[in-house]
Design a protein around this ligand. Sequence first.
Ligand code: NAD
Length: 345
Amino acid sequence: MIKIAFYDTKPYDIPAFEEYGKQKGIEFKYFESRLSEDTAYLAKGFDGVCVFVNDVVDKKVIDILYSLGIKLLLLRCAGFNNVDVKAAFGKIHIYRVPAYSPYSVAEHAISLLCTCNRRIHKAYNRTRDYNFSLNELTGYDLHDKYIGVVGTGKIGKIFIKICQGFGMHVLAYDKYPDYNLSDVEYVELDELFKRSDFISLHCPLTEENKHMIDKRSIDLMKKGVGIINTSRGALINATDLLKGIKTRKIGFVCLDVYEEEGDIFYSDKSGHILDDDTLRNLLSMPNVLLTSHQAFLTHEALNNIADTTTNNIISFFNNDVLDTEVCYRCGNQENCKKKRKEKCF
Ligand code: NAD
């Protein structure tokens, strides 16, 4: 039986991992703690460790794990910005789940848009309090409106199809446009900002697009614009966003991600005073809807994450070469083993 130490466990992680683990001869030990220097020693005696987006996998942690004989680290997510891949090179093999359900995120984005546009979140609270007034609940028809989609990859494409079902016109911006998409008008980013009634972000966070929504771009937007971000928090400058809401330039904001979410999201802070003034101010606005990085959270996505992760484990012990292994930035670009479909080390 292969034994894996599973960090930062949440109750919703366990059923799918138990099911796929049993099928493939893998035993998981579930730890609530996140992986860090302090908790790395819990992995003693295991064959590998499994982590999520907020576990710390820096050089120190990697060295501790390696000293314990760990040679396998599994990310049960797509991103790996929390892992020092260079430090892992030559020591610990790292695998991820590049895609688990683009539908989950696209459907969450459209749910947020519909909820905020039609003030469903306000109506829900009112009627529970026997307040049946409709004042301030007026929304807009989505039909015939312009939706601006930034990033037309797996999630963006599904989001576009859903919007087209509503009869919306689609403006899009992507560094690498897909001109095979029908009824999509690719435009420059500034033009998208100027012409869109609603803007939804579906691109990765890179050094060049950090704070792509800031004072400058908000100034370009239509008055009353609705902004939806299910991608990465740092795509938006939250302070400028707040100003845009206060000046009534922005009609509504839907966020599933927030730049400083690291120590806040995924946990119950209801008994605490929130130190983050910007987040507290955003949450106090009637036209801001925030979910706690939950866009991925469907049964299908959780099953796909468990299926791919357990396949990664089996393939590692079979010594297979997998596309799901990360690039370690080893610096040997001319002679890249990964490109040659060989094991990096
Ligand atoms: P993808 O790789 O299929 O598509 C990303 C698209 O963005 C590509 O077409 C790419 O060319 C484009 N792109 C890259 N850099 C860009 C830039 N600077 N400006 C505009 N476009 C750019 O990825 P995906 O599966 O569609 O995921 C999109 C994003 O969704 C991810 O990067 C991630 O940040 C986010 N995501 C969020 C959740 C969640 O739970 N909230 C879950 C999964 C993914």
